[in-house]
Design a protein around this ligand. Structure first.
Ligand code: PGA
Length: 241
């Protein structure tokens, strides 16, 4: 199976930066599925710049509601309308700073699937939870609301899971190979072996190949390194080996 490499720009970038980064990577023929998830205001610009590229554009969030009187929200239909192919939901920064619950994140995923967008559902434990031996229990709780979606017919072709330990995000301290392999295996046991599981947390060109060749790792979600064309293309190339 081709690996999936997803860049998550978070609340970073500018029109100038997206031109600089995308112009360097858009014509490369990577042996992986590559996507970039950018802030809402840049979706159209990125979609246009990538129209002849294999790289897909995605969003970093979506409303849990359908179109209507929800000031400040962006619906799944709107994302699709401007050319997005996918969206991240439930990133730990959204859970932590914006109080998103597991149930709300699952509703967001449901909205994506209804309009035919691919979802990346993020899960991850804090360091305190890991140190207390509760990492698997936390992940299981985050996955729990997905069972209702599966019962309604959602499949592994419509969404994947991103395992992002909170303590590994933006810290330069990626999880160890053993920690990653064990948790990916656990997630696949919870949902079914067909579900792709991406790893995220301090992925760089230098450690991408080691992470991507671990059992159960179907791709990576890349934050900081996706803002640097050389780093990001290095990661995408590592996925083809
Ligand atoms: P990082 O972020 O690669 O900068 O650690 C990953 C993420 O938050 O998706």
């Amino acid at each position: 199976m081709r690996k999936h490499i997803v860049g998550n720009w978070k609340m970073n970038g500018s029109v100038a930066l997206l031109r600089e980064v995308l112009d360097q990577v858009r014509d490369e023929a990577f042996a992986a599925d590559v996507s970039v998830c950018v802030p809402f205001p840049y979706l159209s610009e990125v979609q246009q710049r990538l129209s002849s590229s294999q790289i897909k554009v995605g969003a970093q969030d979506v409303s849990e509601y359908d179109d209507g009187a929800y000031t400040g929200e962006v619906s799944a239909r709107m994302l699709k309308d401007v050319g997005s192919r996918l969206a991240i939901v439930g990133h730990s920064e959204r859970r932590r700073y914006f109080g998103e619950s597991d149930a709300a994140v699952a509703s967001k995923l449901a909205r994506l699937l209804e309009v035919g967008l691919y979802g990346i559902y993020c899960v991850g434990e804090t360091l305190a939870e890991r140190d207390a031996g509760r990492a698997e229990a936390r992940i299981e709780a985050q996955l729990a609301p997905l069972h209702a979606l599966l019962a309604r017919g959602a499949t592994a072709s419509q969404f994947c899971i991103a395992y992002e330990p909170v303590w590994a995000i933006g810290t330069g301290r990626a999880a160890s190979g053993e920690q990653v392999a064990v948790m990916h295996e656990f997630i696949k046991r919870c949902l079914g072996p067909a579900f792709a599981v991406l790893y995220g947390g301090s992925v760089k060109a230098g450690n991408a190949s080691a992470l991507l060749t671990l059992p159960g790792v179907d791709g990576v979600l890349v934050g900081g390194a996706s803002l640097d064309a050389k780093e990001f293309s290095g990661i995408c190339r590592a996925a083809g080996c």
